[in-house]
Write a protein that binds this ligand. Structure first.
Ligand code: DX5
Ligand code: ZN
Length: 230
């Protein structure tokens, strides 16, 4: 995985057909997705349950590019090895998921994955200050984690700007997760984000048998984020 700050669109398969993940991953990549965002929920850290490492391992062969695994689980540490073995390129844990985030980030890197750290909307940017040399990605949650299709929380744009200043020249991605669509994408892109997760705004109106819609949706978000209005 090489580093750059170009806009990357990461469709969240939380909005895909759960009975058809392999074909859905192939369809979004064929339609221009840069990364595939995989939301793991445990019904404890967040009030919803999705799936675990076995499902990640099953979909891995259907993803050519980056598999970006967002762990909304607590505890995190006992499961890091399993998600790394399942083929995750990026493993993102929540700073709110436990008291030993520093150790968690070390464990993710030791398992051979890029280390991501997610911040809930109420968590300040300053909380990552002493972790900046431990992370490859900071995920700013622009909704409360747990469900797709929620409304973008605008106060988080300021947090993105603050994180972008704190990061300076370090090779750290800023990812935005929640409520990203063509109207909100430019706000976070201008603030310094480079990875835009989008569930409902990508999968809306399309399907594996009608995948062109995915392409149109991805292009609409990218075009808006890059400030190219046609
Ligand atoms: C929310 C998940 C998101 C979600 C985004 O807990 O982490 O990845 O799928 O969905 P949208 O883009 O519909 O807000
Ligand atoms: Zn997510």
């Amino acid at each position: 995985m090489s580093f750059d700050r170009k806009i990357k669109i990461a469709p969240s398969i939380l909005s895909a057909d759960f009975a058809n993940f392999g074909a859905e991953c192939e369809a979004i990549e064929a339609q221009g997705a840069d990364w595939v965002h995989v939301d793991v929920m445990d019904g404890h850290f967040v009030p919803n349950i999705t799936f675990g490492p076995a499902t990640c391992a099953a979909i891995r062969p259907h993803i050519k590019g980056v598999m970006d695994v967002h762990l909304m689980i607590a505890p995190v540490d006992p499961y890091i090895e399993a998600f790394a073995k399942a083929g995750a390129d990026v493993i993102t844990a929540h700073i709110e998921a436990g008291p030993h985030t520093h150790r968690t980030l070390q464990a993710i890197r030791a398992a051979g994955a890029k280390a991501g750290l997610a911040l809930n909307p109420g968590t300040p940017a300053a909380s990552v200050e002493y972790l900046l040399d431990m992370v490859d990605l900071i995920c700013v949650m622009t909704v409360n984690p747990g469900f797709g299709g929620q409304k973008f929380i605008h106060s988080q744009v300021e947090k993105v700007k603050e994180l972008r200043r704190m990061i300076g020249t370090r090779p750290i991605h800023i990812e935005i997760d929640g409520g990203v669509d063509p109207t909100t994408a430019p706000l976070v892109a201008d603030a310094g984000a480079d990875v835009l997760v989008a569930g409902s705004a990508v999968f809306r109106g399309g399907s594996v048998s009608n995948p062109d819609v995915y392409g149109e949706n991805i292009r609409a978000i990218r075009t808006a984020a890059e400030g190219i209005y046609v």
